[in-house]
Design a protein around this ligand. Structure first.
Ligand SMILES: [Zn+2]
Length: 284
């Protein structure tokens, strides 16, 4: 994949403020601690690491975080892919598209969708309309799931951005109402559509001459990387890895074959309608 580093305006770098083992306490725990802090005269919040630090103290602490040139290059790549994919969606959806950012965190973070850890994997939170990513996931993808490469990583980012597109278009409403898993569930349909949306970006990125024009451009073999990643994180493959058997009634994202097929459908067509999204003159 060919790309140029930009100014990171598609990134909210929270690697410095996340982590620290903050424990989610919920509103009940919060009230109990408030009372105990008052009774004991000790700030018990500080013991939990939830603390009362104001955002201004902690935002932009990227410099305090132990990082490496390789990791910083990865941040630039996430920014470049996010910018490029958002440009593609802005072009396809026009004024309906609203730009978002990737919140980079390390180990754990509090989102509008709850407390998240690296083990949660990358996700999109409709509540604050942000993509959340711990870069350690890319090591997982490479080592544990056998899907290395920058386009495999770009597939993960653009899949999450696909959830943002769904949110903007109201395509996630059925799945939000019905969280039951299973091969025919609303959840699986939504995830497969996000894979297809990742392919929509891949279709554009595959056009030659893009890099010269300042955009991301795929190299030969990149598509195989993404297909390998899609296959690697299919529910059947993951279930087999963790439990030794496949349980289709527990599927949340679709099988490896389904994920590959969906990504490929977007990649080959470049048309959101091929992913089951309404076209511009359809209202819903
Ligand atoms: Zn997803």
């Amino acid at each position: 994949m060919q790309w140029t580093p930009g100014n990171r305006d598609n990134i909210e770098d929270m690697r410095g403020r996340s982590g620290g083992g903050a424990i989610p306490i919920g509103i009940g725990g919060f009230l109990v601690l408030l009372v105990l802090s008052w009774v004991s005269g000790t700030n018990l919040f500080s013991l939990l690491g939830t603390s009362s630090q104001s955002p201004s103290q902690t935002v932009g602490t990227g410099g305090q975080v132990a990082t490496s040139p390789a990791e910083e290059r990865m941040v630039d790549m996430v920014d470049a892919v996010m910018r490029d994919a958002q440009d593609v969606w802005a072009q396809k959806l026009g004024p309906r598209y609203q730009r978002t950012t990737v919140r980079l965190f390390r180990d754990s973070i509090q989102s509008a969708c709850g407390y998240a850890e690296e083990a949660t994997g990358p996700f999109y939170c409709p509540g604050d309309q942000r993509v959340y990513l711990d870069l350690a996931f890319f090591d997982e993808l490479s080592r544990r799931f056998g899907a290395p490469g920058d386009f495999a990583q770009a597939y993960v980012i653009t899949h999450e951005l696909g959830h943002h597109v769904q949110n903007l278009m109201g395509l996630n409403e059925r799945a939000a109402r019905d969280r039951r898993p299973g091969v025919n569930s609303a959840s699986v349909a939504l995830e497969l559509q996000a894979d297809c949306f990742a392919g929509i970006w891949g279709h554009e990125a595959a056009q030659s001459g893009r890099f010269k024009a300042g955009h991301v451009e795929l190299d030969p073999g990149d598509v195989d990387e993404a297909l390998r990643a899609a296959a690697a994180i299919g529910d059947d493959r993951l279930q087999k890895m963790s439990t030794g058997r496949v349980m289709p009634d527990r599927f949340t994202h679709g099988s490896s074959a389904q994920r590959v097929e969906s990504f490929r459908r977007g990649m080959e067509s470049g048309d959101p309608a091929a992913c089951g999204a309404p076209t511009s003159n359809t209202t819903r």
